[in-house]
Design a protein around this ligand. Structure first.
Ligand SMILES: NC(=O)c1ccc[n+]([C@@H]2O[C@H](COP(=O)([O-])OP(=O)(O)OC[C@H]3O[C@@H](n4cnc5c(N)ncnc54)[C@H](OP(=O)(O)O)[C@@H]3O)[C@@H](O)[C@H]2O)c1
Length: 270
């Protein structure tokens, strides 16, 4: 694993709780997934750690991301919550630590949790640090505070129906990796006629085409599945190579369709 990069296909672990979750994660590792995305709020930190240990793989072979919940961004809770995450996962360090959501209406001052994030990396709790659900405006604010190149990624909802052209252009300009969550729009892209036609031409699933498209755009993808068939289909995206005409056609599917938009969302400017 390259020290500075995020494996471009990871596994979303939302919903993979308990023993069933551990079994699904072990299956994913067996299939070849080496990047697991968890969060303090998913209840999957323990299953992730357990699956990695049970897999018998060296710790360094699996990239683990976790996220500090927006309810724990204040100075008193931030660092203890990170230490608790490490304890729950059972590791000394995560590969990537994210701010899950920016603090709604600055209930916690931006400077406080961004500097705490940098401090968590300095203390060795995280190899890489990043953010999630940040707008272009918040990324600019972060850069002004902690400098360019400090953040390894911004994890946001991106899929063929929400391609976020402004955010993508900004990220390319500043050299920031985007990570696409809900890359399959929770399965909603499955009936898309254009994706189905392209999938048929390649003899692969619609999901594999969507993921190959997003990786082709330069994004890391973290699809989730509890089914072995779908885990395999999604992993197979690594072997799908789309032509420029196919990429261009899939770009036209963007319709700004956002699935995750809670009240705590920042003003989206993507
Ligand atoms: N940072 C954030 O705020 C944030 C927010 C949301 C999600 N995330 C992360 O992103 C990950 C992925 O998001 P998600 O789980 O919500 O959505 P998703 O990956 O877009 O979709 C998962 C859904 O699609 C189905 N599916 C998966 N592969 C499929 C395939 N090949 N064919 C047909 N259906 C398929 C799954 O069902 P089966 O289980 O039956 O396969 C599941 O219902 C999460 O697990 C989490 O790690 C982060």
């Amino acid at each position: 694993m390259n020290g500075d990069t995020i494996p471009r296909l990871g596994l979303g672990t939302y919903g993979r709780t308990g023993d069933e979750g551990v079994a699904a994660l072990l299956k994913a590792i067996e299939i070849g997934y080496r990047h697991l995305d968890t969060a303090q709020s998913y209840d999957t930190e323990q299953p992730v750690g357990e699956a990695v240990r049970r897999s018998g793989l060296p710790r360094g072979d699996v990239f683990i991301t976790t996220k500090v919940a927006d309810t724990r961004l204040d100075k008193a809770q931030f660092m203890p919550s990170v230490r608790k995450s490490l304890e729950t996962i059972g590791v000394d360090q995560v590969d990537l630590l994210l701010i899950h959501w920016p603090s709604h209406r600055d209930a916690v001052p931006f400077e406080d949790y961004m500097t705490a994030l940098v401090e968590a990396q300095r203390q060795g709790y995280a190899r890489l640090i990043g953010v999630s659900n940040f707008s272009v405006a918040l990324l600019a604010k972060a850069r002004a505070l902690i400098g360019n190149g400090t953040l390894a990624t911004n994890q946001v909802e991106i899929h063929p129906y929400l391609q976020s052209p402004n955010l993508v252009a900004h990220a390319r300009q500043i050299g920031l990796q985007l990570t696409a969550y809900q890359p399959l729009a929770k399965g909603e892209i499955g009936a898309d006629p254009v994706l189905n036609r392209i999938a048929g031409q390649h003899g692969v699933t619609v999901a594999a085409v969507a993921l190959a498209f997003l990786m082709g755009e330069g994004h890391v993808v973290i699809p989730a599945s509890g089914s072995e068939t779908n885990l395999r289909a999604n992993f197979a995206a690594l072997d799908v190579s789309l032509g420029e005409a196919e990429m261009a056609e899939i770009r036209t599917l963007d319709r700004g369709y956002r699935r995750i938009n809670p009240e705590k969302s920042p003003g989206w400017d993507d």
